[in-house]
Design a protein around this ligand. Structure first.
Ligand SMILES: Cc1cc2nc3c(=O)[nH]c(=O)nc-3n(C[C@H](O)[C@H](O)[C@H](O)COP(=O)(O)OP(=O)(O)OC[C@H]3O[C@@H](n4cnc5c(N)ncnc54)[C@H](O)[C@@H]3O)c2cc1C
Length: 477
């Protein structure tokens, strides 16, 4: 095991993609096996030292950044234990970097469907946040592909759970080691990363997925795989009118299976302004739909027919490797360009990450557009995973007054999404930054129900403190 105690070495563990600045840690422990994880937990229990789990550090809500105590990093637990081609599954240690995993699978003509967007993340971090990825429109989030989790608890016990073995019954999930009560809230049926998962009859493994480092240290996971994907093409269709987008998207979604669509994304007019310098083909004053589908002549012909039916300004297609890669870059470049511009002008980003059921999407879309029209001074953009009724609505206030308004808007949007049966948190989680807003979604009782569960898994109350709910809540039940 390696232990880092020098603050200069520790500092990089006190960052992720959130811009959170209040991180502190005395030490970073980097275990090489489970026995060392036990040893570290034992030390922390005895000395009552808070301990926070660190993965690849790509999180957006400061989940891996502690306010005090020590850090345990998964980085040396980085072995791919097995890839079983016949059974199409892989067993990995928690610290395997997604990019390494994907490259090895590619050589074996296999694919990991969650295809997480941030490739430097670890598989353990992906499971702990239920990360979604580039093709989640087609395949869904990480949860759908996790078959087994092995997790070390602060009590010194191991929970090794396989999908399909333990289910909620009569309000409880019995893990053998202990029994936990199902929370009073239910996770909505939308893309969601809001606190502990809770559904009637749910599989016990699903509670662990998305629990943001609060229940135990995931050391190993088994995930399912599929055959490599067929060749794909990308089509970016530019349109003048943003008003018709929900209707067009509905029509495209009807063709999801027929045309094998992998992703369906939207860029509003203001977001395209951030891409104009890099991609000269973007026509003036347009918004765009980005579609990735199977590269098959017949299917592509049907696409062209469809595109001709809607009023488009222009369509760009990437169907050879070079253009395909260029258009992938189109999709990835926006968050980078936006973040660096607003950092330069000293603005903060207030990022609304809500998703709603498909039937309510149009209402949420119009709600966002109305806010944009009513607040022309606050720069805002709307883009993202429209196929999953999940858009990123980002606001960039320039001064304190605008910040106050932007935070009010943030709350209004969460309330709206929740009132439509959706979530305020589709993929970025809660971490240390969104406690108050999660409470708006599930109520205080819902949060206290999560606390009860946390206290059963981690009775010493040392692990992942301040993630999902503030530590003061631990003493309220
Ligand atoms: C540009 C960018 C794009 C992104 N896009 C997406 C996206 O499309 N979809 C999406 O869902 N997310 C996205 N994210 C967020 C982030 O990439 C994911 O949340 C990712 O899963 C975090 O993994 P990590 O290994 O970096 O974890 P960290 O950031 O290190 O940790 C995240 C959380 O997981 C816990 N954790 C980590 N490892 C373990 C473990 N072994 N056991 C228990 N708990 C653990 C930590 O305590 C922390 O609470 C994006 C981030 C960036 C910067």
């Amino acid at each position: 095991m390696k232990v880092k105690e020098n603050q200069e070495e520790i500092i990089s563990y006190l960052e992720d993609s959130s811009n959170f600045k209040s991180g502190r840690a005395e030490k970073v422990f980097i275990p090489e096996n489970e026995d060392e994880v036990f040893e570290i937990f034992n030390f922390c229990v005895k000395t009552k030292t808070p301990i926070t789990i660190s993965g690849g550090g790509t999180g957006t809500v400061a989940g891996r950044i502690p306010l005090d105590g020590v850090i345990i990093s998964a980085e040396y637990l980085n072995k791919i234990i097995e890839i079983d081609r016949n059974k199409k599954k892989a067993t990995l240690q928690a610290g395997v970097v997604i990019d390494d995993f994907l490259k090895i699978l590619e050589k074996q003509n296999l694919f990991y469907p969650p295809f997480p967007t941030e490739r430097t993340a670890f598989i353990g971090g992906n499971v702990a946040t239920n990360a979604s990825g580039e093709y989640s429109f087609r395949f869904g989030p990480t949860r759908n592909y996790v078959q087994r989790i092995r997790m070390v608890l602060t009590t010194g016990k191991i929970l090794d759970i396989k999908r399909g073995e333990i289910f909620e019954k009569n309000g409880f999930i019995d893990y053998g080691l202990f029994k936990i009560p199902l929370p009073s809230y239910r996770t909505p049926d939308v893309k969601c990363s809001a606190g502990y998962y809770s559904k009637n009859g749910m599989d016990g493994i699903d509670l662990i997925i998305g629990s943001e480092g609060t229940l135990g240290f995931i050391t190993e996971v088994e995930v399912s795989l599929i055959e490599e994907l067929p060749p794909r093409f990308i089509m970016i269709t530019f349109l003048k009118d943003e008003e018709n987008i929900p209707e067009i998207v509905k029509k495209i979604k009807e063709k999801k299976d027929e045309l094998e669509i992998y992703s369906l994304e939207f860029f509003d007019k203001r977001s395209l302004l951030f891409l104009k310098d890099d991609f000269s083909f973007i026509p003036e004053d347009t918004c765009a739909l980005y579609i990735e589908g199977v590269n098959d002549t017949e299917k592509m012909e049907r696409w062209v027919e469809f595109v001709e039916e809607i009023k488009i300004v222009e369509t760009v297609i990437g169907d050879d490797l070079l253009n395909y890669k260029k258009l992938i870059d189109f999709r990835h470049r926006l968050p980078e360009n936006v973040n660096s511009y607003f950092k330069k002008i000293g603005s903060v980003k207030i990022a609304i990450d809500a998703a709603v059921p498909e039937s309510k999407f149009e209402e949420l879309f119009r709600f966002y557009k109305k806010i944009m029209d009513e607040n022309p001074n606050i720069y805002s953009i709307l883009f993202g995973h429209i196929g999953e009724s999940h858009l990123h609505f980002n606001l960039f206030p320039k001064n304190e007054k605008e910040k106050e308004i932007a935070y009010r808007i943030y709350e209004e949007c969460i309330k709206k999404a929740v009132s439509l049966g959706g979530t305020g948190f589709a993929e970025h989680g809660i971490g240390k930054l969104k406690h108050k807003y999660l409470e708006m979604m599930y109520g205080k009782q819902g949060i206290l129900d999560m606390v009860k569960i946390k206290k059963i898994f981690d009775p010493h109350l040392i692990l992942g403190l301040d993630n999902i709910f503030p530590r003061s809540y631990l003493y309220q039940v």
